[in-house]
Ligand binder design. Structure first.
Ligand code: KG4
Ligand code: ZN
Length: 319
């Protein structure tokens, strides 16, 4: 494979990210997050996030390139979809300008495919085993894929309502834990305190994920305590919620592993950082469990660079 350098840009949500990858090796991974500024609104405000990207993108680029000997990028990869349109636009126009400046090829990359392959840092393209099942669970997506190759990715199941991360954030908000809620609930989690059974509709494994029933059950439970002015046991509620939502994901994963006769699973997206989810997945009797490093679970540009690198390699070998 020819040697080449990739500059990658990711601005789909509230993190301004720039990364450089050279010869299959990640050089750096800069993330400037504005999530603390969105905190007060309980979620991401697109226009506010876009303005933060505009403020931060040059700084992120400077940090990502400050130690490089040269800027001879062969490719500028950037997230073009899915994401908040006003936020994507900032990264996209920056990528266009840089590609023009460096006479580099532009590579638009799907954010979700980046999450799927975020585990692949430090693996050479030919070390990844296919086919595998992938779960991407984030603030915007909960999707199970069958991944046959870098280019052949099929959706098997996706949420019909809220994404897992979104439910974590809403439950955390009701418990006054702040945003983003997933890491807070993860920290508080105690399996011995997961004693509440939230009643909600269980769908069949082959049906789409649906988390709004569990979300409503948890929020109603908290509301009722508040109305009756009874104390709210945050750890018990958070732990019971997490035990249930993780069980729902594990159930579907098991089903699709069996259905497709697979024993390799990859996870990605903010929720894949969850310690309890990872523990439960390790109990599955599978050959390979591909888990991204913690810093690559949430949004970052390294995963965009990693996917771009795999794609370039694939196209070079399949012409
Ligand atoms: O992938 P990500 O950084 O951004 C999106 O593309 O959405 O995911 C963010 C989501 C948030 O909803 C956050 O609460 C959740 O991932 N999250 C977690 C954990 N860390 C982040 N959820 C559960 N456990 C965690 N440790
Ligand atoms: Zn994401």
């Amino acid at each position: 494979m020819d040697k080449f350098k990739i500059l990658a840009i990711e601005t789909s949500c509230d993190d301004t990210c720039v990364s450089v990858l050279e010869n299959n090796q990640l050089i750096n991974n800069i993330v400037i997050s504005s999530s603390n500024k969105q905190n007060v609104f309980g979620g991401v405000v697109p226009e506010l996030a876009a303005r933060e990207h505009e403020k931060n993108i040059i700084e992120a680029y400077k940090l990502a390139t400050k130690d490089l000997d040269n800027l001879n990028f062969s490719y500028v990869a950037y997230t073009n979809n899915p994401g908040l349109r006003v936020c994507l636009n900032v990264g996209e126009s920056f990528a266009y300008s840089l590609a023009y400046l460096f006479n580099a090829k532009l590579l638009p990359i799907n954010h979700i495919y980046g999450h799927i392959f975020s585990f692949a840092n430090n693996l050479l393209p030919n070390e990844i085993k296919y086919p595998f099942l992938a779960l991407v669970a984030s603030g915007g997506h909960t999707t199970i894929f069958l991944v046959k190759s870098v280019k052949d990715i099929i959706v098997l199941n996706e949420t019909s309502d809220d994404a897992v991360g979104e439910v974590y954030d809403k439950v955390a908000r009701a418990l006054n834990l702040g945003y983003p809620g997933g890491p807070k609930i993860d920290q508080l989690f105690d399996i011995n305190k997961a004693t509440i059974k939230f009643i909600h509709h269980y769908n069949k494994p082959e049906e789409h994920f649906s988390f709004s029933g569990l979300k409503t059950a948890v929020l109603n439970y908290i509301n009722q305590l508040q109305m009756k002015k009874e104390p709210i046991d945050v750890v018990t509620i958070a732990s019971s919620f997490q035990k249930e939502i993780v069980a729902m994901m594990i159930k579907k994963i098991k089903y699709y592993l069996d259905q497709n006769n697979l024993d390799i699973l990859a996870i990605g997206g903010g929720v894949s950082a969850n310690k309890y989810l990872q523990e439960e997945l390790k109990k599955l009797n599978i050959n390979h469990l591909y888990i991204p490093e913690l810093k690559l679970c949430g949004d970052n540009a390294a995963m965009i660079a990693i996917y771009a690198n795999l794609l370039i390699n694939f196209l070079e070998h399949n012409h």
